[in-house]
Design a protein around this ligand. Sequence first.
Ligand code: 5RP
Length: 221
Amino acid sequence: MNAKQAAAFKAVEYVKNGMIIGLGTGSTAYWAIQYIGEKVKNGLQITAVATSAETERIARECGIHVVPLDEVGDIDIDIDGADEIDGEKNLIKGGGGALLREKIVASVSKEFIVIAGKNKKVSSLGKFPLPVEVLTFGWQHTARQIEALGCQTSIRKKGADIFVTDNGNYIIDCHFDKIEHPGVLEQKINNIPGVVDNGLFVKMATRVILGDDDGTTEELG
Ligand code: 5RP
């Protein structure tokens, strides 16, 4: 069992019969979906909400009952990965381009469990370029306004084309190097017209499980 699998396996221990579960996006969340799928095949009954079209596809393949977010009330547990995690459990997310739905689902979850290999733990956020989801209309102007906050930007590409999110928007990756005040920056970016949301998840994670390649896990205090 590798680091991602170990963290995912541990998180899935919290999933119980009758719960509504948020399913994250990415290569670590993938394993959580697989382990939930195994439990479903063994009789576990849950309802799930997916944070991306890709996650919905994988979950259905695993036999998990997936419904739209508006068909459920609050989510009991949301399990998702992260690109960086600081000591306060603040996160950068959106490496897979799903940050908007991920943030919406996390915000209506009673418990938000973040799973990652221990290499994702950092002393301060910002080495990983911060993804910002923006409207396609005037995106270059939006990017320049974000740059005025002290970063360099690049438009997310998929091959030769600009990457388009599940919501029909673009992602601008913002190279800050070091983010001193994640909560302040999150709000400043979101105040720029054209920005839909950004990948800073501040004080949202209720539990962070870090996996190691020896199969062990530790929980961030
Ligand atoms: C997708 C995300 C992912 O959770 C994040 O990129 C981590 O992915 P992985 O588990 O593959 O490292 O935010 O938008």
